[in-house]
Design a protein around this ligand. Structure first.
Ligand code: PLP
Length: 408
């Protein structure tokens, strides 16, 4: 297979024209607007709030900044415990640490979603008041049950939607269940501005603080989906400016992509379905169950090989790579690229997460860029099936060999 797992599609023509217009205006900073003009950043906030169905939206410099600002604007204090998923990406516990709080990880189940029993147990054990819920790799948990658990315990939920922009649970958009939703527009996510983030909320006080924190100086009235000016009166001078603005160039290239998002979700899901169908035929593979209430965005796919030892998992990585298929494995002792797990986040206290570790041990991940055709997806699934079968046969021989050696 010769396709590139990191090659995204070119930006649409409209994005290129919009970028040129911003470049030729020279007005790249979001507050550098002509009199009475609405900046591209403000227009993006307005459009994204409408699309998401949220009252307010703030454009920021990255998804990680959206998380960090959401935590701070929600009132996280130094030393506070913040619960978060054991299965997530490094910027998530990183945002908790940056806000001065202590991440405590909640176990992951076989569907790669947060373990709701462990969540309830850890709320009770730690007395935590906040959960930074990561919909890692787009797996949305039972949000009705999760919110019932959180609400009953008075726990505030902030959603990391880096992989669920466009996803829903029971018809409600991911990001609209908790007090705030945090999105990334980094190149590998669902809209591409290189770097960028969006924070949405219906809470006017949280959003007023977030806007001042993002570095609005006193120009918050020039935002696209902000609370009324009166909401800023009490907090404008007591909220620090943390400089995390999005610029007009990035906002301009995002606006036309928002119009294509629903269509792209369908395109991702068609690719996902093709690979999933192919993988389901491999005996040694456990595909990840997706509940009917979830409307996913299949921009990547995960699967497990429950019978495989660590050497067998490494052999699978190598066999797939030799045939051009780029897999990531979450079971390695050292992180490879984005596959880090709690054991490598050593600024956090060491924690026992046996259930998650057992899942990571045989968990594989693969990106599904829109530059792959459905035929490419068939090809990739076929290669993976063959590689899994080869490795399973090889591992079986080894095991039989060691049994014989033991008997002798
Ligand atoms: C990418 C990502 C983020 C952070 O987004 P950046 O824009 O890269 O800062 C947060 N959470 C998850 C799960 C991600 O994949």
């Amino acid at each position: 297979f010769a396709g590139s797992f990191t090659q995204q599609e070119p930006l649409p023509e409209a994005a290129m024209r919009a970028a040129e217009a911003v470049l030729s205006s020279g007005r790249l900073h979001r507050y550098n607007t002509a009199p009475d003009a609405l900046s591209e950043a403000a227009r993006l906030e307005e459009a994204y709030a409408a699309w998401q169905g949220a009252r307010y939206c703030l454009a920021v410099a990255s998804g990680g900044q959206a998380l960090q600002i959401a935590l701070r604007a929600a009132g996280v204090e130094a030393g506070e415990t913040v619960l978060t998923n054991a299965f997530t990406l490094a910027p998530v516990p990183g945002a908790v640490a940056a806000a001065g709080a202590r991440p405590v990880f909640v176990e992951t189940d076989e569907t790669l979603r947060i373990d709701l029993q462990d969540l309830a147990d850890k709320i009770a054990a730690t007395g935590a008041r906040r959960l930074l819920l990561s919909h890692m790799r787009g797996h949305v948990c039972d949000m009705d049950r999760l919110m019932a658990i959180a609400d009953a315990a008075g726990v505030q939920v902030i959603e990391d939607c880096a992989h669920t922009m466009g996803a829903r649970w029971n018809g409600v958009r991911s990001g609209n269940h908790g007090i705030a939703g945090c999105f990334s527009t980094q190149t590998y996510k669902h809209m591409n501005s290189g770097e960028g983030g969006l924070l949405t909320s219906d809470d006017p006080d949280l959003m007023a603080r977030a806007i001042v924190m993002s570095g609005s100086y006193m120009l918050y009235e020039r935002h696209g989906a902000a609370p009324e000016a009166a909401r800023f009166a009490d907090i404008r001078l007591t909220t620090p400016n943390m400089s995390a603005r999005l610029d007009n160039l990035r906002a301009a290239v995002l606006l036309p992509q928002l119009e294509m998002l629903e269509e792209n979700v369908e395109r991702w899901n068609a690719r996902y379905a093709t690979v999933e169908r192919g993988l389901a035929q491999a005996e040694a593979v456990a595909t990840i169950r997706r509940p009917a209430q979830e409307r996913k965005v299949g921009s990547s796919i995960q699967f497990r090989t429950p019978g495989f030892s660590a050497p067998a998992c490494r052999a699978l990585l190598a066999a797939a790579a030799a045939r051009g298929v780029e897999l990531k494995w979450f079971g390695a002792a050292e992180p490879q690229g984005f596959t880090s797990t709690h054991a490598s986040w050593r600024y956090a206290e060491a924690q026992d997460l046996p259930r998650s570790d057992a899942i990571f041990a045989t968990l594989f991940d693969m990106r599904l860029p829109l530059t792959f055709s459905l035929e490419d997806c068939e090809t990739v699934a076929g290669i993976l099936r063959e590689c899994v079968a080869e490795v399973a046969a090889w591992a079986g021989t080894l095991e039989a060999g060691s049994l014989e050696a033991g008997a002798a």
